[in-house]
Ligand binder design. Structure first.
Ligand code: ADP
Length: 470
């Protein structure tokens, strides 16, 4: 029998232990799916205050070992990375410590990995350390690194004068190394030093090679395009399952579609909106940041609210968007329900109770909302970018295979036009139900994506390790 592939999966957040966004969903599911394929996969993450585990080890879903990096001073805090006032000032030290500890834990556990799979800037120093400080360490001789970009907008930038804290040689603080306009850029380090780079959708992997989406990294990414690919995320089909979900008022499946409307009525009642099974309910859930396109909604909110629909929003984030949302709530109390908090239970009720799920993102590496809404028979309406472009087929263009509604231009009017198209389609109840069934049968479980990652790990094992400092 072939030897088991050994993978150390490093992530700064893992569902159900700690979560601020989609990365946690990925880190909580992909390793479990890899384990099902026979991979010996183990996770490393920081032990934040919210991690309610005794000791420094646990088993995720009774199956995947998780090692927690402990350090009270660094991780025993209310938030993961930032307070409402801003980032923790010692984030560099916190994640330098995390990256070094991840490697030391592998040694302590005598777990010599074939692949170290790193995710986002918090883990970006691991590939760099392996090819510098640990270069002579036989323990990692056969180890290859994969670095996954979940969001290029967050690169881990720190003042140049902190360089010594990284423990890296001075010559790496240069344009060919981790320097970026006088600052330390951790993500840049991973893009240069990892053996392979992935992103979470094929379209995003192309987009980030252009100035519009590259956040300054487009040159390096173009240079490394032969070792850059995109694999769409899956979602955990046991968590997101309308037929068994305990958090929604009424369970249903593709054979009992009629029951979905009970969730809609509950949502309308609970949120103080008028009840009506024929009023289309549009939902949106996400971080209130520039990425997610809330400004487009704000731009045309008067036109949107003039239509026969209800709008329910759940999100938390930047102050300016909280204020915009509060304005909208005040102006349209009957037509909208604005919820400015993090609330996983309400999120599920929205996925289940809505007809349309809105994602007008400026950019979207993969996006999970559209995949979750498919599962609940809710049709996505999204901007054609990144993972949204890869996972949604526009119904207006292709009614036989369509799964939702797309618009291209980042303009309020384009969003409004798409909403009007969706509403028109909505009133053809028979066609709508056909599409509901179609999307509920799609398979975006982790199995597919995990298979692609495994294939990639195997290919990378056979590649010569690359030192890519230009
Ligand atoms: P990102 O990772 O950019 O935040 P994704 O679409 O990939 O966006 O993943 C967001 C995840 O977080 C989804 O599971 C979504 O339902 C959840 N989520 C975002 N905001 C909230 C919120 N305010 N309350 C509950 N869940 C939320």
């Amino acid at each position: 029998m072939a030897r088991k592939m050994k993978v150390l999966f490093c992530s700064s957040e893992v569902e159900p232990y700690a979560k601020t966004g989609g990365l946690a969903d990925v880190a909580g599911s992909l390793p479990v799916a890899l384990k099902d394929f026979g991979v010996d996969v183990r996770i490393v993450m920081p032990k934040y205050r919210c991690v309610k585990i005794n000791g420094d080890k646990d088993l995720l879903q009774d199956n995947v070992p998780v090692y927690f990096v402990e350090n009270e001073e660094y991780y025993d805090r209310e938030y993961l990375y930032s307070t409402p006032e801003g980032d923790y000032p010692d984030n560099l030290d916190r994640f330098v410590y995390f990256c070094k500890s991840a490697l030391e834990i592998a040694k302590r556990e005598e777990f010599s990995p074939d692949i170290i799979h790193c995710n986002d800037w918090q883990t970006a120093l691991i590939p760099v350390y392996l090819k510098t400080i640990y270069a002579g360490d036989g323990f990692f001789k056969e180890t290859r690194t994969v670095f996954t970009i979940h969001n290029l907008a967050y690169q881990g930038l720190f003042p140049g004068q902190y360089w010594d804290r990284t423990g890296l040689p001075q010559e790496l603080f240069s344009i060919q190394g981790l320097e970026y306009y006088g600052k330390i850029n951790l993500m840049k380090g991973a893009l240069l030093f990892s053996d392979y780079i992935t992103t979470v959708s094929p379209t995003y992997s192309k987009e980030i090679q252009t100035p519009e989406y590259g956040f300054g990294m487009e040159g390096i990414l173009r240079d490394r395009s032969e070792r850059l690919t995109g694999i769409v995320n899956g979602i955990d089909y046991s968590v997101w399952n309308p037929s068994q979900d305990k958090e929604i008022p009424q369970n249903y499946d593709v054979k009992s579609l009629d029951k979905k409307v009970i969730n809609k009525q509950h949502l309308q009642t609970e949120q103080g909106m008028g009840i009506g099974r024929d009023i289309p309910v549009i939902g949106a859930i996400g971080r209130l940041t520039d990425q997610k396109g809330w400004d487009l909604i704000a731009e045309v909110v008067d036109d949107i609210c003039n239509l026969n629909l209800q709008l329910i929003i759940l999100g938390t984030g930047e102050k300016k968007y909280h204020e915009i949302m509060e304005e909208i709530a005040k102006k349209y109390p009957e037509k909208t329900s604005i919820n400015l908090r993090f609330d996983p239970v309400l999120a599920k009720k929205i996925y289940a109770g809505c007809d349309i799920f809105l994602m007008p993102s400026r950019f979207e590496p993969c996006g999970l909302g559209q995949l979750i809404s498919y599962r609940y028979g809710t049709l996505p309406l999204a901007r054609e970018t990144g993972g949204l472009a890869d996972t949604i087929i526009d119904l207006t263009e292709d009614s036989r295979n369509g799964t939702g509604f797309l618009f291209k231009e980042y303009k309020g009017k384009a969003l409004l036009d798409a909403i009007k198209r969706a509403l028109e389609f909505y009133h053809n109840r028979k066609a709508w139900r056909t599409v509901m069934r179609r999307v509920m049968k799609l398979d975006y479980s982790w199995k597919n994506s995990a298979r692609q990652y495994l294939q990639l790990y195997k290919e990378i094992k056979n590649l010569p390790t690359a030192l890519n400092v230009r």
